[in-house]
Design a protein around this ligand. Structure first.
Ligand SMILES: [Zn+2]
Length: 322
């Protein structure tokens, strides 16, 4: 006897940015929880998935979310609002240490490789990656905890705990990074291209450069422009013995002047993904405001329109709601 399979709306790599009907996922392990998804953030990585960023993955995209646990063997998780970290080791047992998971061999990543993401009405996730959402953090704001964690990770990698920092870029991650820097007391200068986005950064307390940063002008640079020219500017602007935190995942190889790197003793430090619990604490303690970065909320069924909107110049974070 075959029961009729329950379905749900979801955005898959193969379905493009449209929400389509797919089978509703079921818990397989006792450690799995079923989550009713509430909000999902649209991220550059989701767009990259449609362009073939990982052609082996065909499942549900999305990794920035908030939701409520609706089925779990653990009474303590039931009916709790949660989000989760993005990386999982190949074989997950118990709680995941986010730092170990980030570089685990055979790593899986929500909506990117080896495990379905959360751009759907429901998701089944192992309880070991869950992070509880405090009562005083809204479900909208909680969906930004993952990119906020990435911003915290790049700021944590700066060699000095204060002083001047040049941020190159004005997109979603750059906005969050600037706010973390300002909260930590750094003197922040920004180079970007979009007036609406730069105005927001200026309002938050950053200095907006009207001409590109000069040669050898900053000892600390965070490059988040997403473009090769942004990296070239960072390399030009960094002082001898300075550090560039590289956040842009450039799809093509990009040349670096190694003789300048060696002679001027430049450090280039990569950064990706951070500690969601840290980000949630920053939100809960109201150390950082993120709500004004949410420019639009669309129903999941209108995912295609939402993806288009997310690429417009005056859009920052676009959320989907179920
Ligand atoms: Zn993301």
């Amino acid at each position: 006897l075959s029961e009729k399979q329950e379905t749900m709306l979801a955005v898959t790599v193969d379905g493009g940015p449209c929400a389509i009907e797919v089978p509703k996922p079921e818990r397989k392990e006792t450690s799995d929880v079923l989550i009713k998804i509430d909000r999902i953030g649209i991220c550059g990585t989701d767009l990259a998935m449609f362009r073939g960023y990982n052609s082996e993955f065909h499942g549900i995209v999305g990794h920035e979310f908030s939701g409520t646990v609706v089925d779990s063997d653990q009474y303590s998780w039931l009916r709790r609002r949660v989000t989760s970290s993005i990386n999982l080791p190949a074989d997950l047992k118990g709680t995941v240490d986010w730092k170990t998971a980030k570089h685990a061999v055979g790593r899986r990543a929500l909506g990117i490789r080896g495990i379905d993401g959360v751009m759907a009405e429901y998701a089944v996730l192992p309880e070991g990656i869950l992070v509880a959402i405090p009562d005083n953090v809204s479900s909208d704001d909680a969906a930004l905890a993952e990119p906020l964690a990435a911003a915290i990770d790049s700021v944590d990698r700066l060699p000095e705990k204060d002083g001047q920092v040049l941020v190159i870029g004005d997109g979603k991650l750059a906005q969050l990074t600037v706010r973390v820097l300002l909260y930590r007391g750094y003197d922040v200068s920004v180079w970007g291209h979009h007036k609406f986005k730069l105005d927001l950064m200026e309002k938050a307390g950053a200095r907006i450069l009207s001409v590109p940063a000069g040669k050898w002008s900053f000892s600390q640079v965070i490059e988040i422009s997403g473009s090769p020219s942004g990296f070239d500017m960072a390399f030009e602007a960094v002082k001898p013995e300075g550090t560039i935190i590289a956040d842009s995942v450039l799809t093509d190889k990009h040349p670096v002047n190694l003789s300048r790197l060696v002679v001027d003793e430049i450090s280039i430090v990569g950064s990706r993904c951070g500690d969601i619990s840290d980000a949630m604490q920053m939100l809960s303690e109201k150390q950082i405001e993120v709500n004004d970065l949410i420019t639009d909320i669309f129903p999941l069924a209108d995912a295609e329109i939402a993806f288009e909107r997310s690429q417009e110049k005056d859009a920052i974070k676009v959320l989907l709601s179920t």
